[in-house]
Design a protein around this ligand. Structure first.
Ligand code: SAM
Ligand code: DTB
Ligand code: SF4
Length: 366
């Protein structure tokens, strides 16, 4: 064979193009359909135009309230609708959370993510989690929480306490969503994401692959995430962890190469976002994880546990980083208090401007 191979498809985008929010399903499907090498080459070019290609952001997760959740998410071991033999736990004491955060920092994490199995937080819980945010942030860690749906007042309070990121996943496509969750809607999820953004927090939003969805659903999920403007700063792509007792425990495996394609397409569509190789790493080979990094993933959960299920042992991850020549992303991108306050003030200004523009548009139309 003598032919030289170049990218022949039209699905080719400039590596340093500005972020777009108008991706069509045809464009996304065309990216998925590229020859694997062409797709990964393009994703790697985009990645290198925006990031240090060998740096990986490292977050550690802690479940601060476990199980007995009123929602019926079919993938979730914490839903009260299914019997998963999970040990339920009330909201943890602040000191326990801070001690775990300190340990995560010492182990090398730059962000501490706290998750609660709630539909939405009650006001008496919010007071406690605000204090957790303050104390974890005081350790010099970035803070992230995922507490379910929040309203404007709750989001503003969390932002004021110093919460940097709010995680709220779209999980799947609008069409497939109803097969997975019936107790809240896609619009509910989008509304919380808008509320979080308006409060000035950074957005962490992604989904789960391998829930029996089709290729079109994976494209539509990425389309919905990229519609968010600005794009979520963090995009977790989870591979379903099949937990016995959940309705999805026996769903067919997703081909790992399809998972890698989705990471590469996410990287191309949301060039400035951190794409997190999220749940499911314990069940993944090192080669699949290496391909995920090559496809543009640049964030992981680090530590032996996710929320309730296992994650690779920290030692194994350190060895993998050494084998691949990866290093944890430096912490100097963390905001200090002054930057945090400035960012909240700037967002409040943008909100006020948007409100004035909307009021003018209404005036002009009457
Ligand atoms: N209750 C809050 C919520 O749903 O937003 C926060 C906690 S919830 C466990 C956070 C996310 O974990 C979910 O949105 C889902 O994407 C992910 N998740 C839960 N169970 C999972 C599983 N078995 N495999 C992969 N990801 C999972
Ligand atoms: C996300 O997208 N994945 C994390 C985090 N955000 C909160 C949670 C994964 C949970 C996996 C199942 C468990 O351990 O309970
Ligand atoms: Fe509850 Fe969140 Fe699990 Fe759904 S994903 S059951 S909302 S903890």
């Amino acid at each position: 064979m003598t032919a030289t191979s170049t990218t022949t498809s039209t699905a080719s985008y400039a590596a340093d193009a500005a972020p777009r929010h108008d991706w069509t399903l045809d464009e996304i499907n065309a990216l998925f359909a590229l020859p694997f090498n062409d797709l990964l080459f393009q994703a790697q070019q985009v990645h290198r135009a925006h990031f240090d290609a060998n740096a990986v952001q490292v977050s550690t997760l802690l479940s601060i309230k476990t199980g007995a959740c009123p929602e019926d998410c079919k993938y979730c071991p914490q839903s009260g609708h299914y019997n998963t033999q999970l040990e339920k736990e009330k909201l943890l004491e602040i000191e326990k959370v801070v001690a775990q955060a300190q340990a995560a920092k010492e182990a090398g994490a730059s962000r501490f993510c706290m998750g609660a199995a709630w539909r939405s937080p009650r006001d008496k819980d919010l007071v406690v989690v605000e204090e957790m945010v303050r104390q974890v942030k005081a350790l010099g860690l970035e803070t992230c929480m995922t507490l379910g749906m929040v309203d404007g007042e709750q989001a503003t309070r969390l932002a004021a306490a110093g919460l940097d990121y709010y995680n709220h996943n779209l999980d799947t496509s609008p069409d497939y969503y109803g097969e997975i969750i019936t107790t809240r809607t896609y619009s509910d999820r989008l509304e919380t994401l808008a509320t979080v953004r308006d409060a000035g927090m950074k957005v962490c939003s992604g989904g789960i692959l391998g829930m029996g969805e089709g290729a079109q659903d994976r494209s539509a999920l990425l389309q919905q995430l990229a519609k968010l403007s600005p794009h979520p700063e963090s995009v977790p792509i989870n591979m379903l962890v099949k937990v016995p007792g959940t309705p999805l425990e026996n769903v067919d495996d997703l081909d790992p190469l399809e998972f890698i394609r989705a990471i590469a397409v996410a990287r191309i569509m949301m060039p400035q976002s951190h794409v997190r190789l999220s749940a499911g790493r314990e069940q993944m080979s090192e080669s699949t994880q290496a391909l995920a990094f090559l496809a543009g993933a640049n964030s992981i959960f680090y530590g032996d546990k996710l929320l309730t299920t296992g994650n690779p042992q920290a030692e194994r991850d350190r060895a993998l980083f050494a084998k691949l020549g990866l290093h944890p992303e430096r912490r100097d991108t963390c905001e200090d208090d002054t930057q945090h306050t400035e960012r909240l003030a700037q967002q409040a200004q943008r909100n006020a401007q948007a409100e004035r523009a909307a009021a003018l548009a209404v005036d002009a139309s009457v």
